[in-house]
Design a protein around this ligand. Structure first.
Ligand SMILES: *C/C=C(C)/C=C/C=C(C)/C=C/C1=C(C)CCCC1(C)C
Length: 255
């Protein structure tokens, strides 16, 4: 375990150094508030990654894999934020392709997290994970095609919304929701309830970003990126902290 931690921290540190080397090409302007938001989220992701990996050994064994996944999500986002920040600072354009590559990896990991939290206490059926994955793919493919201009922005939005609504159905009324309610485990019910709030309220910020960015006449890259950055801060970092807090409530945790 010590080795894994050391490896993870070294990897994160190396990525940080690469990012610093790239930063020589452009400077952050004092009044570039969108650029500043890219910086803030990138550093918060770095700190969260170190925290989640270090806290892994303080939570009960069944929750450890959830902490690992939380650390991977913020670690992957950290690397993408280094690139996204550079794109924004040097070109003033939306880093759409890096953004969606990040989402394509981290959103399925967050879906896995739902599944792991359920199986930390009970055996969970893997069909839950595959259904959540299907909703994720529809949501992201629709959003990307719309944002990158392959299809009409409104059509992309509608397809993306359909994927998200399907995910909401699964976590509220589908098997995942039923299992959590039936488990009778307090930490699980707390964690699952909070995760559900994140997917409903926290994730609702993304379609808002899309609306302000593309559907109010012309393209507003500043609103789009500030809103997406704030949403990532909440949904990647706060999400991991919620799982960590629930795990620490579970009796029998390591001291
Ligand atoms: C860490 C990144 C996360 C949690 C990203 C989540 C992204 C979404 C929930 C995106 C949702 C969208 C819609 C619901 C409709 C419009 C298109 C999207 C892709 C912005």
């Amino acid at each position: 375990m010590k080795k894994l931690k050391l490896f993870a921290l070294t990897a994160v540190a190396l990525m940080g150094v690469t990012g610093v080397a790239n930063a020589e090409t452009a400077m952050l302007a004092q009044d570039d508030f969108v650029g500043i938001s890219f910086w803030l989220v990138s550093m918060a992701c770095l700190a969260a990654t170190v925290f989640f990996f270090l806290e892994r050994s303080s939570v009960p064994a069944g929750w450890r894999v959830s902490m690992t996944v939380a650390g991977l999500v913020t670690g992957i986002a950290f690397v993408h934020y280094m690139y996204m920040r550079d794109v924004w600072i040097t070109t003033g354009d939306s880093p759409t392709v890096y953004r969606y590559i990040d989402w394509l990896i981290t959103v399925p990991l967050l879906m896995l997290e739902f599944y792991f939290v359920l199986s930390a206490v009970n055996k969970a059926d893997s069909g839950i994970f595959w259904r959540l994955m299907l909703g994720t793919l529809v949501m992201l493919v629709g959003g990307y095609l719309g944002e990158a201009g392959y299809i009409n922005a409104t059509l992309g939005f509608i397809i993306g919304m359909a994927g998200w609504v399907y995910i909401l159905y699964e976590v509220f009324s589908g098997e995942a929701g039923k299992r959590a309610a039936k488990s009778g485990n307090k930490a699980l019910v707390t964690a699952f309830g909070a995760m559900r709030m994140i997917v409903t309220v926290g994730w609702a910020i993304y379609p808002l970003g899309y609306i302000f960015g593309y559907l109010t006449g012309g393209v507003d890259a500043s609103s789009l990126n500030v809103i997406y950055n704030a949403a990532d801060f909440l949904n990647k970092i706060a999400f991991g902290l919620i799982i960590w807090a629930a795990a620490m409530q579970q009796p029998g945790r390591a001291k």
